[in-house]
Design a protein around this ligand. Structure first.
Ligand SMILES: Cc1ncc(COP(=O)(O)O)c(C=O)c1O
Length: 408
């Protein structure tokens, strides 16, 4: 079995330098890096069998279609979906959530209904519901986030009263909290709600099993899962997908069209109007092969080890405050440094070759709840190593010197 550290060699970008320093890439929550098999899959597709899918009766089109549908089966196996038919290719998590809002919400929500979200959501699981609520008039309720970055579940049953749909993130992109999804889904189902999970921060870090989670919809992004940009996934229970109206109309999603009326293809095609991101879907399949080749359990174990190391090292720097302290957490660490604005911090870390994100991380309500409107965020992946955490910590000490920060 290859040592996990050896997988670094598969990521050409990890050899890059930034400002003449070796790149220390700690912005994996924003997007992950891509291993060679993914890059090669894109290249091979365009060089040797670029063709449109599902339409041509020629060899290239048949090959492209077979590879595209094989990718769908790989995604299904990756998240343990009961059948590939429930896997819809979208552009990203954001589009997957908008699809649920527009195709399920528009049909099944009415004024007086309630949608339950949480204060920890990324804007992409808040704004689509607000947009729809403005049109339909349903109420949006939010589960509160506690100081430690966990959800307050003490009054979950009461919060679920009258709820038709609950949407929540599997893992927070700010405080790294891994939410107890199966427990929440059980409660939501008892209350009669359908549950949508935003898995954007999960698929790179932990095994995902939609049947064990018992959720109804699961959304994630290819680019955060070692795949290319431009490809995302919405998995949905097939009976729900069948009952939903289409999201976008056009070619490929129809059964028959007359000048008066259209009937639709069954899912997943009903939700894949127009030419899809063919190369990207196939390359996402390659990313999934790559990740499953390493083993998601193994990745999760390594993640836990690296996260504890990062927490310990960051915690040892005077003036650094790491946000959230959930017992179950993944590898996104938002933090502040006393006396230094996160934007300055991130720009100065960059001069040391260290890439972190700064700002509100597209989760303004969470920042407000924690009383920290902006923070820096380091986020690791399985191809990061403890020495890179050391480099971050060394760079933090250097940045503090620039600001003349001395602990009072
Ligand atoms: C928790 C979470 N949800 C949704 C998204 C949106 O993902 P995308 O921009 O790929 O649609 C992100 C991106 O950072 C995220 O972290």
């Amino acid at each position: 079995m290859r040592d996990l550290r050896e997988y670094r060699r598969d990521f050409p970008i990890l050899q890059a330098t930034v400002h003449d320093k070796p790149l220390i890439y700690l912005d994996n929550a924003a997007t992950s890096q891509k291993p060679l098999p993914v890059l090669e899959t894109l290249d091979t597709y365009y060089r040797t069998y670029n063709a449109n899918v599902h339409r041509g009766l020629h060899a290239l089109s048949e090959r492209a279609t077979a590879a595209y549908e094989a990718a769908r089966r790989k995604v299904a196996a990756f998240i343990n979906a009961p059948q590939p038919q429930g896997v819809i290719f979208t552009r990203n998590t954001t589009e997957s959530i908008n699809l649920v809002a527009q195709a399920w919400g528009r049909k099944f929500l009415t004024a007086g209904d309630v949608v339950l979200l949480t204060e920890m959501e990324h804007h992409s699981n808040i704004v689509p519901w607000q947009l729809l609520s403005q049109q339909i008039g349903f109420q949006i309720r939010y589960l509160v986030v506690r100081e430690d970055g966990t959800l307050d579940l003490s009054n979950l049953d009461r919060m679920l009263d009258g709820v038709k749909l609950m949407g929540l993130t599997h893992i927070s992109n700010v405080v790294g909290t891994i939410n107890p999804i199966a427990q929440i889904v059980d409660a939501a189902h008892r209350a009669g709600a359908v549950v949508l999970i935003d898995g954007a921060q999960a698929t790179l870090h932990i095994p995902v099993d939609v049947q064990a989670l018992k959720c109804d919809f699961y959304a994630f992004s290819g680019h955060k899962t070692c795949g290319p940009t431009g490809i995302g996934v919405l998995w949905g229970r097939v009976d729900l997908l069948e009952a939903m109206d289409p999201f976008l109309g056009g070619g490929e999603m129809i059964e028959s069209v007359t000048l008066e009326k259209t009937t639709y293809a069954p899912p997943p095609n009903k939700f894949e109007a127009g030419t899809p991101a063919i190369a990207e879907a196939i390359a996402l399949g390659a990313a999934i092969d790559y990740l499953t080749g390493i083993g998601m359990e193994r990745i999760a174990e390594y993640d836990e080890m690296l996260s504890s190391y990062a927490l310990e090292r960051l915690g040892s720097v005077p003036g650094v405050r790491v946000l959230g302290s959930a017992p179950q957490r993944s590898s996104a660490f938002a933090f502040t440094v006393e006396g230094i604005h996160p934007h300055d911090l991130s720009s100065l870390l960059d001069t040391h070759g260290v890439a972190v994100r700064a700002g509100h991380h597209c989760a303004q309500p969470l920042g407000r709840r924690l009383g920290v409107p902006a923070s820096a965020r380091a986020s690791t992946a399985f191809y990061n190593i403890p020495e890179e955490i050391d480099a971050l910590v060394d760079a933090l000490h250097e940045v503090k010197k620039v600001f003349g920060y001395v602990r009072p």
